[in-house]
Design a binder for this molecule. Structure first.
Ligand SMILES: *[C@@H]1O[C@H](CO)[C@@H](O)[C@H](O)[C@H]1NC(C)=O
Length: 490
């Protein structure tokens, strides 16, 4: 923990363990008096029994860890997986702490092409100087580790988010209805999934949105029968196979192999005194070993993969892994489509109808690589939850939800996401795309300046927030007055 300011000491007293007894009582009394007198700084939430810290106050985290907060982060922002809500908390955290973002010139890093370091604003490899290392890389890309490591230190915290392909298919279908030619031709998602090959043509425009979108975003190679022009990976036919790039020693356990394609190249090894191929042969490229190799590679690169269906559980684990406070990960859902995904967790299987069950099965079969990916990372998440402790997690999740609710009451008109037709302030109106409306927020009026600032951060959609960070990092050049001012004269 850093230096402890008087204000922070006060907070620690006010919210510290009950065992502080009489002293705490005295401070509580003072705190209550301050509350009566001082307005916005502390709130008692009726019925919740929770003292909400000022949301922008540094937080002690769920478990008072004695660790250093991680501030070098690579977030692979996957599509239609709840990643915009994660982006908002990264934007807020970086903004509050003055961290440098590796930003795209516009809003994505050349997607759907693989990420290239040269796409990052203010990246100048020709300088010959040490690279300007950034703190956070988090905008849409197709993951490409080798190039990411040109921009970010290899000991950065790598994380991402996945979602059940059954739910992802619904979201992608309405969002990319006109972008993907396969979806455009299909009258409905049910019709598409009943016979995808009638609509889907590898190499057609936006084909990656229509099948195994997660696998694509993670930058993994596709088996030969699924290869598209964009997949553009020909591991066995490429006459110039990529080298095995080994991360310099001391760089930490980050992937030994920078390019996942290299894993799929036959490389001679010695086993039992005989030369063998260490990579699968073409006949078993489609088999599960192909998938297992891809997943093992991801495991060696990513420190944590969140699961949209267990979003709040994931956020608690994220805060724990980053040594951040719960306040740092609490936020509102962003980029949700009307009638679709207000409750990502509402899509948990137990509540599905027979028809939904059937669609889900078809979506998972069609997106078989994504399904494998999802099952794998869902398992990893739950292994982690067990390690963290089920009941400890449950109480942290309850606390997170209470804080979110409190913030919604404080900041939002109606306390929830609204139809964009009501949002006239362009700073907060989410970009509209696809066939469903993208919901956003309206701020309550009469907020104190401090609350206004934090509430604005919470509701600013990703594109506007990116512009704001961009302007902060790259301020427009100050035009000098025509006559030198006196201060500048000798
Ligand atoms: C994810 O893991 C949880 C806990 O093990 C399990 O209940 C759930 O069915 C899993 N979901 C999928 C789709 O595998």
């Amino acid at each position: 923990m850093g230096p402890v300011s008087p204000a922070r000491t006060m907070r620690l007293w006010l919210w510290g363990p009950r065992s502080l007894g009489v002293a705490l009582g005295v401070f509580m009394t003072i705190g209550f008096a301050l509350q009566l007198w001082g307005g916005p700084f502390q709130r008692r939430l009726p019925g919740v029994g929770l003292q909400l810290r000022q949301p922008w106050a540094p937080s002690r985290g769920p478990s008072v860890p004695s660790c250093t907060p991680r501030q070098r982060l690579v977030f692979l922002k996957t599509h239609k997986s709840g990643s915009s809500s994660v982006l908002n908390l990264l934007h807020r955290y970086g903004d509050r702490h003055g961290l440098r973002f590796a930003l795209p010139t516009r809003y994505q890093f050349g997607y759907p092409r693989l990420f290239q370091a040269s796409r990052v604003k203010n990246y100048h490899p020709q300088d010959g100087r040490a690279q300007p290392h950034f703190h956070i890389l988090c905008h849409h890309m197709r993951f490409n580790l080798k190039e990411v490591l040109q921009v970010m230190p290899s000991d950065s915290f790598f994380f991402s988010i996945v979602r059940d392909p059954a739910a992802l298919a619904h979201s992608a279908f309405s969002y990319y209805k006109s972008t993907s030619s396969a979806f455009r031709k299909a009258p409905s998602l049910a019709a598409f999934l009943a016979n995808p090959r009638a609509f889907y043509w590898p190499g057609a425009r936006g084909d990656h949105y229509a099948r195994n979108l997660l696998w694509f975003d993670f930058g993994l190679p596709f088996p030969p029968d699924m290869r598209t022009k964009r997949g553009n990976l020909h591991p066995l036919r490429d006459p110039n196979p990529p080298q095995l790039h080994v991360v310099p020693s001391g760089a930490g356990p980050r992937a030994q192999t920078l390019d996942p394609n290299a894993l799929f190249h036959p490389a001679p090894t010695v086993a039992n005194g005989r030369h063998q191929m260490s990579s699968p042969t073409s006949s078993d490229l489609e088999s599960s070993s192909f998938i297992q190799w891809g997943l093992a590679w991801l495991d060696s690169v990513f420190d944590l993969v969140l699961v949209a269906e267990y979003f709040d559980e994931s956020l608690v684990l994220l805060a724990d892994a980053l040594c951040w406070g719960l306040d740092d990960v609490v936020g509102f859902m962003h980029n949700a489509q009307a009638g679709g995904e207000q409750g990502l967790s509402a899509a948990r299987e137990g509540r599905w109808t027979d028809e939904e069950q059937q669609l889900a099965a078809q979506a998972r079969t069609w997106n078989n690589l994504d399904w494998a990916l999802y099952v794998h990372f869902n398992r990893s998440l739950w292994t982690r939850i067990e390690k963290y402790g089920q009941s400890r997690l449950e109480s942290a999740v309850a606390e997170l939800r209470a804080r979110r609710e409190a913030l919604a009451k404080l900041c939002l008109v109606g306390g929830e996401a609204l139809d964009p037709k009501y949002i006239t302030d362009q700073r907060f109106r989410p970009f509209q795309f696809g066939s469903a409306k993208v919901l956003g927020y309206i701020l309550r009026s009469g907020l104190s300046p401090e609350d206004q600032e934090e509430c604005e951060r919470l509701v600013t959609p990703e594109l506007q927030y990116k512009d704001k960070l961009d302007a902060k990092q790259f301020p427009p050049p100050v035009s000098l007055p025509l006559k030198p001012s006196r201060l500048l004269s000798p």
